[in-house]
Design a protein. Structure first.
Length: 244
């Protein structure tokens, strides 16, 4: 169910990250290797957010990544040192729209969710009461992922530490909706924050770059699987993997 990826490091083309590797996100859109909890392909849209001198810019579509005729050309000429991208397998009952595709965005933040909130939406109705009503009226889409983003964004706007905000969001949703799958991915373009709760995730660090991805996109031995129920904080020089 959904595959996502975040990169921080020296500038690379989007094609080098998303299209060219042997098990790229493009390939994962139609032949993922490690889908857990249902879903077979990720054909319900895709999105890429990349950092520019003017902050993050997004390109999202509600169609399969492989069918987008503009992406290969754009990806070949677009270079960035920080990227968050995702291919989507919509949870049953949730709409297939551009607004439902990650990355979600606020200021310098980009966010993605791989998983599902169990019992959506009634299980989390009480959590919604903590949000300003305007946040609820302006959700990007009527989906669990957009709601999770609203919960997390509220904490970030309140000045919370990003890693703590991520862990607190997983814990409150876990409590309200046990059995949820909550692989969250967040970046500000300098550091990557991620959780594992129910889905696969791998981390790759080399001397100057960090990649966090649902599935390794190549056979480089530097990839390390992240254990379930972990919180990852990583930038090109340091990283921590702690229990959630
Ligand atoms: N539940 C989310 C959605 O439908 C994410 C789906 C997924 O991880 N497959 O958008």
């Amino acid at each position: 169910m959904c595959r996502h990826l975040a990169y921080v490091g020296p500038p690379v083309t989007l094609a080098a990250l998303l299209l060219d590797p042997p098990h790229s996100l493009l390939r994962q859109s139609w032949a993922p290797r490690d889908m857990r909890g249902g879903g077979t392909i990720n054909a319900d849209g895709f999105g890429v957010g990349y950092y520019t001198h003017a902050g993050p810019v997004r390109y999202r579509r509600a169609s399969p990544m492989w069918s987008d005729s503009a992406l290969p050309e754009l990806a070949r000429v677009t270079t960035s040192g920080a990227v968050l991208a995702a291919v989507r397998s919509a949870t049953v009952g949730m709409p297939v729209t551009e607004g439902a595709c990650a990355p979600f965005h606020d200021g310098n933040w980009l966010f993605s969710h791989n998983g599902r909130v169990f019992g959506w939406p009634s299980s989390v109705a009480k959590l919604a009461e903590r949000l300003p009503v305007t946040d609820l009226l302006t959700l990007d889409a009527p989906t669990d992922a957009a709601f999770l983003w609203a919960l997390l964004r509220h904490r970030l706007r309140g000045g919370a530490d990003p890693a703590e905000a991520l862990a607190a969001t997983v814990s409150e949703v876990d409590a309200a909706a046990p059995g949820s799958r909550l692989n969250l991915l967040l970046t500000d373009g300098r550091r990557v924050y991620a959780t594992t709760a129910g889905h696969s995730l791998s981390l790759r660090l080399d001397k100057s770059a960090v990649v966090v991805a649902s599935e390794p996109y190549d056979d480089d031995p530097a990839w390390r699987p992240v254990p379930d129920r972990s919180l990852v904080v990583a930038d090109p020089t340091t990283h921590t993997v702690e229990d959630l």
